[in-house]
Design a protein around this ligand. Structure first.
Ligand code: AP5
Length: 182
């Protein structure tokens, strides 16, 4: 059955890792706004140049830029999808809701990956991406708390949020997620 899913969770919770696995198993389109933005940065497009500085500081890129990328991809999708790293604030969630209503594609489930900050910091420092130094990681966590975590309440109120403990090995966490998706 076609599924339309969202992964929510702090930086380093394993959204990207788990999204890749679940999308492969279920033939879903994996839409990671972080990956799409990094591709723009690598290609040195005007959009990438605008986003790069903010990404390196761990701040959110403007809603306008992110929405323009996501909208195009979602409207072209002819399969189920999994959004990873989007929406990132209530305004993005509202825009997504309006878009999905227009195309009659409701969200089936929002899966919150829950994990302690100290595990995240360790994981991200070990990975070493451009935005994976301790100062920027702490800011990404702060931005998550302030801007993204209100989405927990937002999707709980819509009755479509579920949580998974994201500590442990990757395979076990995938199994927990699969159980929730059903
Ligand atoms: P984005 O790319 O979305 O980064 P993030 O949310 O900080 O997420 P990460 O990729 O760091 O973590 P993840 O949860 O995906 O974990 P992962 O699987 O990679 O965003 C980057 C930037 O882009 C933002 O700061 C912002 O500037 C901009 N941006 C993106 N979307 C935006 C939006 N919608 N609006 C505005 N701006 C936006 O795993 C992390 C590490 O842990 C890996 O090394 C992995 O191998 C390891 N790992 C994963 N699972 C496990 C496990 N179970 N055990 C041990 N290690 C594990």
């Amino acid at each position: 059955m076609t599924k339309r899913l969202i992964f929510l969770g702090p930086p380093g919770a394993g959204k990207g890792t788990q999204a890749e696995r679940i999308c492969k198993i279920r033939n879903l389109l994996h839409l990671s706004t972080g990956d799409l933005l990094r591709a723009e940065v690598t290609a040195a497009t005007s959009l990438g140049k605008e986003a790069e500085d903010l990404m390196n500081k761990g701040e959110l890129v403007s809603d306008e830029i992110v929405l323009s990328i996501v909208e195009k991809k979602l409207l072209l999708a002819n399969q189920g999808w999994l959004l990873d790293g989007f929406p990132r604030n209530v305004s993005q969630a509202e825009s997504l809701g309006t878009l999905l209503e227009k195309v009659s594609q409701p969200i089936d489930l929002v899966i919150l990956l829950e994990i302690d900050d100290e595990v995240l910091v360790e994981r991200l420092i070990a990975r070493g991406r451009a935005d994976d130094n301790e100062k920027v990681i702490r800011n990404r966590l702060l931005v998550y708390r302030e801007k993204t975590s209100p989405l927990i309440n937002y999707y709980t109120k819509l009755g479509i949020l579920t949580s998974v403990q994201a500590r442990g090995n990757v395979e076990d966490i995938s199994e927990l997620i699969e159980e929730k998706i059903g």
